[in-house]
Write a protein that binds this ligand. Sequence first.
Ligand code: KIV
Ligand code: ZN
Length: 396
Amino acid sequence: MSRKIWVFDTTLRDGEQVPGAKLNLYEKVEIAQQLKKLGVDIIEAGFPASSQGDFDAVKAVAQKVGNTNDIMITALARAVQADIDSVYNAVKYAENPMIHMVLGTSDIHVEKKFNKSKDQILQIGVDAVKYAKTLLPQVQYSTEDASRSEFEYLWHTIESVMKAGATMINVPDTVGFAEPEEFGAMIYKLNDRMKNLNPDVLLSVHCHNDLGMATANTLAAVKNGADKVECTINGIGERAGNAALEEVVMALKTRSSIYNVNTQINTKEIMNTSRLVSSFMGLDVQVNKAITGDNAFAHSSGIHQDGLLKSRDAYEIVHPGDVGLDDMELILTARSGRHAVKNALEKLGFTYMKPEEFEGIFEGFLKLADLKKEVYDHDLYVIVESYYEKHDKENA
Ligand code: KIV
Ligand code: ZN
């Protein structure tokens, strides 16, 4: 039986930290509705202590999107009472609310950022969890900069906050420093110890993409026992971004024989969600971005186009329909062959061409393709029309 992986979406919190990507209340609620349709398990709607506007938006998400039990709504707090109160007062309207708090565990955070001892920081974390538990049953604790933390201190922190009542432990690779094998080994050890202490507490990961390894690190964590993945749509987020939800989910699905897990994501909603986030946040998706980029399902080489028309599996490991696109896209360029051009003409309704007519039209196509980067449908109409005009004149 395959294991369930929880998907926690932080597009509205970590994703919104992208400079210039600020959303208004209406946009946040619309995106949250779409994330619910996509099937995420948990939405992190914002950081309510940061501004009145964000508090109001998180509250609106809790009221309008968190009104059913099948989705959990959370928001971020530092491990201080005022932040925790702010999260509570914003998310408490949801059927299934959670408080998420963060406190660093690396020496850099403990000593340089907080100028405190490890014992002091540990105590602050434990007290904050105990306080949050007086407000809500669900509390997530994030050990910020976990991947650069001394392992036994990291574990001691996790063990202590679990005993204080944390129901989810999130292990962030805050600065994208981790490497898949090393991160996977760390998660394996933590999972082993956590499940011995309390098998009901979920182990989560939150990977950043500073070295381009956010998705790989997230997948390595899943392989090594992580129960939950934190992601954003289109991989947006602080600096180089977070693990992209669409990449993690489609990798788990496409390579299911390796991972043997399932998510409750409705993958057919991926493109709709990607486009909504991109348009509301004003952030273009890189054209070659895996899964959601414009070129992710576009084929331009003649050899590939020919192969695809014979068998789609030749160059397609994810079917466009699975992420909500109509079909694969064959880009007609000077490198396209007869097979692709004929296919494009047939789609436009030119199905009864004699072979010698097609050859004449293909010649016209090649002439135009040499002058242009791409030949579009409207160009094909002109090519066909001018071929028949010339042909008719010659035969008149
Ligand atoms: O990157 C990080 O460590 C975070 C935490 C708040 C989970 O965003
Ligand atoms: Zn983050």
